[in-house]
Design a protein around this ligand. Structure first.
Ligand SMILES: [Zn+2]
Ligand SMILES: [Zn+2]
Length: 233
């Protein structure tokens, strides 16, 4: 007897139901006829399902209306192309900050800036946190600040601000100690980059409490030793 295939929602983990109904993609917002839907209302269109990390980051950042980079990052890190750890985490910090910051200013994020942010981070190898004291996610905070300030201010000022953002994010991550965790690196970078932007512009930028929703699937999660760990998740 043929078994009905079972698929799980990459966003919430619930088993998908076979239903032909009109669905809205949780990633890009496109509406289409779906075949497998999540009881929680999540859906991924075919283009997003097959997208590479860089493609889905660009797609989501251009469409999102979220003013919170953590929310956008959490959605992206649930995309099937995102593994527990990997270089894809280097790519997302700068684009999600740029997108959320543009939304806070009630403007639309520039596609060229998102593409530039991804391009600036794409060549950082995996594992450089340990091998050279670098981290693609933390440097992403520097790239976001660089792009925001170089566009409309003195490039020399942009340089020191970018260095401060990347350096502060790296220090914040170093304070957390323990083995590498790409989710923790992303959260540390977002927290630092967002805080620096708020201070530079003298505005209140909300991030909310960061609670990692990936602890249960990460084998070497630092649990109570990580500031983003929550027993509830
Ligand atoms: Zn779901
Ligand atoms: Zn989509």
């Amino acid at each position: 007897m043929n078994q009905v295939p079972k698929f799980k929602c990459s966003i919430c983990g619930q088993e998908l139901l076979e239903r032909e109904i009109s669905c809205i993609c949780s990633f890009c917002g496109k509406q289409e006829q779906g075949e497998w839907v999540c009881p929680g209302g999540h859906y991924i269109c075919e283009d997003c399902r097959l997208a590479s990390p860089a493609e889905v980051i660009e797609r989501v950042c251009l469409e999102t209306h979220s003013q919170n980079p953590r929310e956008i990052a959490d959605l992206l890190m649930r995309h099937p192309s995102f593994k527990d750890h990997g270089v894809e985490h280097h790519l997302l910090v700068a684009p999600v900050i740029l997108a959320a910051f543009a939304n806070c200013k009630k403007t639309r994020v520039d596609k060229a800036k998102i593409q530039s942010a991804i391009k600036r981070l794409v060549d950082i190898p995996i594992g450089v946190c340990g091998s050279r004291g670098d981290c693609g996610a933390c440097v992403g905070a520097g790239a976001a600040v660089s792009i925001i300030f170089s566009a409309n201010a003195d490039p020399m000022m942009g340089r020191s601000r970018a260095l401060r953002a990347a350096g502060s994010a790296l220090l914040r991550l170093a304070e957390m100690e323990g083995p590498r965790c790409c989710k923790q690196s992303v959260y540390a970078a977002l927290e630092t980059g967002w805080d620096i932007l708020g201070k530079e512009f003298g505005i209140s930028l909300e991030l909310g409490t960061i609670t990692c929703g990936f602890s249960h699937k990460i084998a070497d999660c630092k649990k109570e030793k990580c500031p983003f760990y929550s027993i509830k998740e």
